[in-house]
Design a binder for this molecule. Structure first.
Ligand code: BDR
Ligand code: CA
Length: 332
């Protein structure tokens, strides 16, 4: 077996870019043995993110288990004031058209199979990791509720974790509020627990500073459409939705770019040179108050704060795009 082939668990809130992260993982069997895909609240409510995940898995004809996780954050939802000034997911244009980062349901056939019965993601993490005969890599690209709960219940699971990679946070860039990134903002306490895990296992954080340069553009949309296949059409559609949503609701440093945040975590595990600047730092999460969900990366070279993560800060956009296209072409 390829020694680089990692046992992998994905944790998603599917989600247009989550969908492309799932495709990246499942279409890279030489790198990843996907043990299961856990779902969580986030881009849409849990029943939608679970159904959407099942639809994507079905698109590839994969039998990987999908495990339903938590529908709410651990504590953040209790204090209603904590949701202030968060961004919206969709916007009505001209009273008719609507743009959304993440459709209510992905435009794929309804799933014929359901999530794994009789369990929930935090319990499944404990069961799967405690029995694992090789260390497992975790890629978590939604709110971090599932794994935080699992770790609080059974901390020994970390002994079976090779590495954790999360999409979340921002150093200079924010999208949920003026201080925070969406995945962390949705469950700051859970994120704080995962940063605590970084004191024991390697934790790589892929914040907006890196993912805003993991882009697809109209020319890439055209390539996928030209394939005339189910996967090509689906990917093109996800890119189009994201281009429209970003142009209208969150213009970035250039028009017509669609960050595929979540897929960058997998591309990074395949080829670390896609990240052109990363630093080993202390990372912390603000829980509550005006900066609720903010991530603080202490990049001072002279700090003596104990380091707990590697934060990725810049991306080779061309390398990201060409790897993504090559991987998706396998399902052409
Ligand atoms: C993150 O938030 C979600 O909307 C995306 O799926 C991504 O995981 C970006 O802030
Ligand atoms: Ca996501």
């Amino acid at each position: 077996m390829n020694p680089q082939r990692r046992p992998l668990i994905l944790d998603v809130d599917t989600g247009s870019d989550d969908a492309l992260a799932i495709l990246t993982a499942l279409l890279s069997p030489e790198y990843f043995e996907v043990l299961g895909i856990c779902t969580v609240h986030g881009n849409r409510p849990l029943p939608n993110t679970t159904e959407n995940t099942l639809r994507v898995v079905q698109l590839l004809g994969s039998d990987v288990p999908v495990i339903q996780g938590c529908a709410k954050p651990i504590v953040a939802g209790i204090d209603k004031l904590r949701g202030m000034r968060a961004r919206a997911n969709e916007k009505q244009l001209n009273g008719q058209e609507k743009v959304a980062y993440h459709a209510e349901y992905l435009d794929l056939p309804p799933a014929l199979r359901g999530p794994l019965p009789g369990t929930r993601a935090p319990l499944w993490y404990i069961d799967t990791l405690m029995k694992a005969d090789r260390k497992v890599t975790l890629v978590m690209v939604g709110p971090l509720t599932n794994f935080a709960l699992a770790y609080r219940i059974e901390p020994r699971i970390l002994e079976h974790v090779e590495e954790i990679v999360i999409m979340g946070g921002g150093h200079d860039q924010h999208n949920a509020t003026g201080a925070s990134e969406f995945n962390i903002f949705m469950d700051p306490e859970a994120a704080a627990v995962v940063f605590e895990c970084g004191e024991h296992v390697p934790l790589t954080v892929m914040p907006l500073d890196a993912t805003h340069h993991a882009n697809m553009r109209p020319r890439h949309e055209a390539i996928f459409r030209s394939w005339g296949s189910a996967v090509g059409d689906f990917v093109a559609e996800m890119i189009r939705d994201r281009l429209d949503a970003y142009n209208v609701m969150q213009p970035l440093h250039e028009p017509d770019i669609a960050p595929i945040h979540d897929a960058l975590c997998l591309i990074y595990l395949i080829d670390q040179s896609v990240i052109t600047l990363k630093k080993r730092v202390r990372g912390d999460v603000v829980c509550g108050g005006i900066a609720d969900g903010a991530t603080l990366f202490d990049t001072r070279y002279f700090t003596d704060a104990p380091k707990n993560c590697t934060v990725c800060l810049a991306t080779d956009e061309d390398k990201f795009a060409s790897l993504l296209i090559e991987i998706f072409s396998r399902a052409k």
